[in-house]
Ligand binder design. Structure first.
Ligand SMILES: CC(C)(COP(=O)(O)OP(=O)(O)OC[C@H]1O[C@@H](n2cnc3c(N)ncnc32)[C@H](O)[C@@H]1OP(=O)(O)O)[C@@H](O)C(=O)NCCC(=O)NCCS
Length: 178
């Protein structure tokens, strides 16, 4: 059976087969180190019965100090599942464990960025309750992106989804023109 466990620093030496996917976000080693040391409870790996690393999620907590109170949100930096283990619910399990942790931390919402072309990931996130919050033209070197959000229990009035009218109009325009 596939098991989930915390992402350890030495897993960085074992996940080449997963991060080579063109849709997987790759960061510098210092970025990975920083996130794993600061938020060790937020990043997890999926491990096969044979002990092989077959998926991971890397996340952090961000603070939004531009509003009256100090609202925190969980941010997913990267999520990936090995080719041979896709469509088995692994990404869903990794996302659910991340959600439980940030929710117990008192975060208001979760967010992430996805490539416009990455239909599989967008479908996954929508199946988990994320919505497209903003369209981000040329966010990636070779693609546009979406900022996607999911309000959590703390955000009773779904304030985190109330973007500007301009962002809502652009989203509507992009969805209807594609
Ligand atoms: C996107 C990704 C993480 C999905 O992982 P996964 O373990 O296969 O996802 P799950 O099995 O939990 O899928 C849950 C649901 O997401 C949707 N989904 C996942 N992959 C899909 C695909 N290729 N096409 C269409 N829908 C898909 C489906 O609704 C699926 O439910 P179903 O299998 O009952 O139809 C995986 O394809 C991957 O690692 N891709 C490369 C890296 C990447 O894109 N990361 C996200 C960057 S934003």
């Amino acid at each position: 059976m596939v098991s989930l466990r915390e992402f350890f620093l030495d897993d960085l030496l074992k996940f080449n087969c997963i991060v080579m996917d063109p849709y997987t976000e790759v960061y510098s080693l210092s970025f990975f180190f920083n996130i794993l040391l600061k938020f060790p409870q937020l990043s997890h790996t999926a491990v096969s019965p044979g002990g092989q690393l077959i998926g991971f999620i890397l996340g952090k907590i961000d603070s939004n100090e531009s509003v009256e109170s100090n609202i925190e949100n969980g941010h997913i930096c990267a999520l990936s599942v090995s080719d041979n283990y896709r469509r088995l619910g692994l990404a869903t399990r990794l996302m659910e464990s991340f959600t439980d942790t940030v929710e117990s931390h008192g975060a208001w919402y979760m967010d992430l960025y996805a490539r416009e072309r990455n239909k599989a990931a967008i479908k996954l996130y929508e199946s988990l309750g994320f919505v497209k919050y903003r369209w981000l033209p040329n966010f990636y070197r070779d693609d546009n992106g979406y900022d996607m959000r999911k309000p959590l229990k703390c955000d009773v009035g779904k304030q985190s989804l109330k973007g500007s009218w301009f962002d809502r109009f652009v989203l509507w325009w992009v969805d209807n023109m594609n």
